[in-house]
Design a protein around this ligand. Structure first.
Ligand code: SAM
Length: 253
C-alpha cells in the first residue's frame, strides 16, 4: 500500500520464515517423519514419479532444503541404467542452515564430494533466482511455495528459468475435500503438531507457524489460476490423501 504497511508485513514474513527454518534445520527430517507418520516420503515418491525424470533431465529444485526431492531424483535417474547419464539437479534454498544439512546428506548418501557435476546447492531466493533464462527442463518446489512472500513473483521466476517445453511441478499442502477428515486434521494440526514440536524439536512456535501457513495457502483451484497467470499452460492438479497435499503441474510452451 501507499503507507508501506504491506511492505513491513512482507519483510516480517521473509524474516520470520528464515528464522523458522534456521531453528528447525537440524531436526527437520526427524520432524517430517514424526508429524506425517512417514507419509511425506510417499508423497515425495509419487511427486518424483509424476515428474518422470530421464537421463538428460536438468532439474531445478527450489526451496529444496535438506535435499529430499533432489536425492529421489538422482536415485530415479540412476535406476534408469542408461549409460550416458547427463541428469543434473540444482538445489536452491534461501536458508544456509537447511542447505548445510542437505550438503552433508548428499555426501553421506552418494559418497560424493561437493561441488559435483550431478548436484549442486545454491543459496537463493525463489523470488529472484540467480539463474539464466530458459536453462532448466524441470522446476520443482515441494512444501516450499507457501513459505514464499510473493508467490506470483516466484511463479514468474519459475517460468523464466524453464526452457520452452519445460515442466513446473509443485507439491504443497492444500485443502481437504472431506468434512470428517477435515475435522480430524484440524484436531491433529492444532492440538498435536505444536506439542510434538515442543517434545521432539524443543520448539513450539515454528510448528504453530507451519499449521497457520497451511491454512492460509490458496486452495487447489485458486493456486491453479495463479500458475496460469504466470504463463504456464495445461495446468492440472492431483490431490493426494484427500487433498491434504496436492501436486500442481504446468508447462512452459
Ligand atoms: N523441499 C524440502 C522438502 O520437501 O523437504 C524442504 C521444504 S521446507 C518445508 C521449506 C523450505 O523452503 C525451507 O528450506 C526454507 O528455507 C525454504 N524457503 C522459504 N522461503 C524461501 C524462498 N523465498 N526462496 C527459497 N527457499 C525458501
Amino acid at each position: 500500500t501507499h503507507f508501506g504497511f504491506e511492505t513491513v508485513q512482507e519483510e516480517e514474513k521473509t524474516g520470520k520464515v528464515y528464522e523458522v527454518f534456521e531453528n528447525v534445520a537440524k531436526s527437520y527430517d526427524t520432524m517430517n517423519d514424526a508429524m506425517s507418520f512417514g507419509i511425506h516420503r510417499l508423497w515425495k515418491d509419487i511427486f518424483i514419479d509424476r515428474l518422470g525424470p530421464t537421463h538428460d533431465s536438468k532439474l531445478l529444485d527450489v526451496a529444496g532444503g535438506t535435499g529430499d526431492i533432489a536425492f529421489r531424483f538422482l536415485n530415479t535417474v540412476d535406476n534408469l541404467s542408461s549409460k550416458q547419464c547427463a541428469a543434473h539437479v540444482t538445489v536452491a534454498d534461501i536458508n544456509r542452515a537447511m542447505l548445510d544439512v542437505g550438503e552433508q546428506r548428499a555426501r553421506d548418501l552418494f559418497k560424493i564430494e561437493l561441488p559435483n557435476p550431478r548436484i549442486q546447492f545454491v543459496e537463493a531466493n525463489a523470488e529472484e533466482l540467480p539463474i539464466e533464462d530458459n536453462s532448466y527442463s524441470a522446476y520443482t518446489i515441494a512444501f516450499g511455495i507457501r513459505n514464499v512472500t510473493h508467490i506470483d513473483k516466484a511463479l514468474r521466476e519459475a517460468y523464466r528459468v524453464l526452457r520452452p517445453g519445460g515442466r513446473f511441478l509443485c507439491l504443497e499442502f492444500s485443502h481437504v475435500n472431506n468434512s470428517m477428515l477435515q475435522w480430524a486434521y484440524d484436531q491433529y494440526s492444532f492440538q498435536v503438531i505444536p506439542v510434538m514440536g515442543q517434545l521432539i524439536a524443543g520448539q513450539w512456535k515454528p510448528y504453530q507457524y507451519l499449521v497457520e501457513s497451511i491454512r492460509q495457502f490458496p486452495n487447489q483451484e485458486e493456486f491453479k489460476a495463479m500458475i496460469e497467470s504466470a504463463g504456464f499452460q495445461y495446468v492440472t492438479y492431483e490431490n493426494l490423501t484427500f487433498g491434504v497435499v496436492a501436486i500442481h503441474s504446468g508447462f512452459k510452451l
